[in-house]
Design a protein around this ligand. Sequence first.
Ligand SMILES: Nc1ncnc2c1ncn2[C@@H]1O[C@H](COP(=O)(O)OP(=O)(O)OP(=O)(O)O)[C@@H](O)[C@H]1O
Length: 390
Amino acid sequence: MPQHLSSTTSNEYTISSVVNNQTSTANEMTVVEYKRIGEGAFGTVVEAKLKYTSHNNNTSTITTTTTTTTTDSENQWLGPFAIKRVPVQTEYKSRELEILREVNHPNIVSLRFYFEKESSNPKDKTIYQNLVMECLPSNLQNEIKYYKQSKYTIPYPHMKAYTFQLARAMLYLHGFGISHRDIKPSNILVDPATVTLKICDFGSAKKLEPNQESVSYICSRYYRAPELIIGCTRYTPKIDIWGLGCVVAEMFLGKPLFQGQEPELQLKEITKLLGPPGNSFFFNNNENYRGNMYSTKTFTCKIDQRFKQVFSNSPPDAIDLLLKILVYSPEQRASPREVLVHPFFHELKSKDFYVYPRGSNKPIKLDLFNFSPLELKLLGPYKDELLSSI
Ligand SMILES: Nc1ncnc2c1ncn2[C@@H]1O[C@H](COP(=O)(O)OP(=O)(O)OP(=O)(O)O)[C@@H](O)[C@H]1O
């Protein structure tokens, strides 16, 4: 088993071959782990600092985007970083390292180093893969909970900025055909001081090839797209957009939107908002589905009225966005670029748009429209609309 860290202990060790993800060079480095920040189904995440050991002569530059930034020279500690440790060999195939090495986007957590290490328990021969990533101070689950405790929601301007960054990360990932496959608030890192968002946990992510089958038993229950629930195996990255919709809804409601008490009951929760799925949904996504179709409508009004009832405290433009995302048919569900151009985000374009980070009375400006040439290409005909009147 990996070593457990209490809040007062730290764990220091030296690794002879730590690969720098930017340069692909390997060096000996000393690692000090001093805080446990996450324990998931697959791995442990700890906060740590690293330094090149003294006989190394490495001067490559690395900076962190979070609070402490250290220069990268001999004998200086780099970090803080978050190290995710997962067993190298499990029956479950993780493509996390492969994918994190390929991606480079302001709204996706960046991988700085990686190394392999045996467990510190001499009886355990398991080899662990260690992913050293930039460290963010919070995640959306914590933020939602923080505001909920004081009977508030995350401020609307922050919600808009966070949702926009999430959709931007999806535009980029889906452009490569990569589906995250586990979108949920705890996998969305945020820095409330800068209102920055970055997706993490690519342990379930996969490049989906058209006409290639993939397992449908992925994604955490409350955030699973309806096609996954009914066992579709030829799904598309649109499953992540469903997750995005659930996350936006949760920011407004302060609790998960669809809380199925058992896997089979998750579809029932969805029908309470969307009504029953049509026959074509089952036919197109899994014609062999033999589970409950929940074909009886449990409310009498139209769907847009139903959304207004459920999201009674949310602004009309947010409800309209959710109506375009929480759609049974993956083909008709909004794409990342359709999300980005939605009027819900128009306010972000204003030159007077500022946010007040939590606990601060100093407004800050956000740089949300610094699209790379690749992103502009992916936006295609939506580019002009998105960049108009900034
Ligand atoms: N780079 C990071 N910076 C700060 N916190 C992080 C970082 N990466 C992960 N975490 C925290 O650690 C938690 C677990 O990480 P991650 O989701 O990658 O592991 P996991 O084993 O796949 O967990 P789960 O089974 O809950 O999805 C995350 O929810 C997040 O709060």
